[in-house]
Design a protein. Sequence first.
Length: 434
Amino acid sequence: MVVPKTKKVSDLLKEEILENEEKREYTSDKFKKIEDKVKDSLKKQKTDDALNDITIWALVLGSSDIHYDTFEDYVVVRYRIDWVLVDIFRLTHKEYKPVLERLKYSSSLKLNITNIPQDWKYDLTIDDRKIDVRVSTLPVWDYENVVCRILDNSNAIIDFDKLWFFWTTKRMLEKAISKRNWMILVTWPTGSGKTTTLYTILAKLNTRDKKIITLEDPIEYRLDWIIQSEVDEKQWFTFKTWLRALLRQDPDIIMVWEIRDKETLETATQASLTWHLVLSTLHTKSAAETLDRIVNMWLKPYVLASALDTIIAQRLVRRICPHCKVEKEKSQLDISIIANMMKEIGMSSVLTKHIKLYEGKWCPKCNNSWYQWRIWIYEIISLNEDLRDLIREWATSDEIIRKARDWDLITMKEDGILKAIKWFTTIEEILRVI
Ligand SMILES: [Zn+2]
């Protein structure tokens, strides 16, 4: 394929990928099996079994959410598997009614309330694993739509070495979390797996000689030897007042679930300036956007420069299914993308033609989706004195990022392409999410 000069290579490939994505369908004979089992239980009026089956199968297939989407004639049970919403089977409204009631009953929601949204959770234990399922209802026309988020404790904390850091980024992060104070921000667009990253870092920091307190909304997982508090903003408490109370508990390390406003940012910054290691998150897409957002929240650049240590921007991408992985023939576009990146990161001597790329084929293990599970890609900026000086001088985030490039900053896209070269994911997947 000849690349027209007017469009960027990556944009062209992205267009092509999105087009193909729409045409691809997840299919599996397991879906029929789930449907038969659930409907059989419903016929026998064993609603509890039906709900258990739906939840257990969602876990088996690696889903993050279960959707009960109601339409005029039927309800579709769908799983979100590696981001993609997959139709599993349909229920009639008559079949859905007892499932909905069971869901609401198990989650301590009020059965008679159908005209306002409600949310709480139910749990179930599978092979000694306790799984929490957070249920949210939404009234739609004459029905109630339900979405269940699966909170699987066994996936919440993983080994620090399994967070998919390259050794350079891992070293940066290890250095950052070994410090006594400063602030570390994990930034995230929705569904980027920040919970796992944060909890895994906390678990690594969790030694008996340090006191760790968290401020969460809500507490998703229980962690041993970490004092976890949950803000209830319906009361008069706000993140800011709660955070101040928390600081009087003499912690060494604080995890603030999310910086949402100027006051929380200021209090968290103050905490880091008074010898606490502060971990928090911000809803942004990249390291540059994070710097802009903080300054837009009116935090003075010289304060930012003195408080912030590291920004970890991250995104989840799908991992190639290891069961049907085959070498792919590199397209002209693949070659241009890799060659450009190698030049950017100063590795032009690596010959693109020697680099192999892989892709998934169809197989039952990945439900014919080519991918199985997900991996993280990162962009980590560790501020050094040069970068702090730039921040103090009101440099733009672009100027700061450009300077950080001199200090080995790998952009998120490059981290992803390097992971494609390592055969963990595909270039198509990286371009799809970035
Ligand atoms: Zn496969």
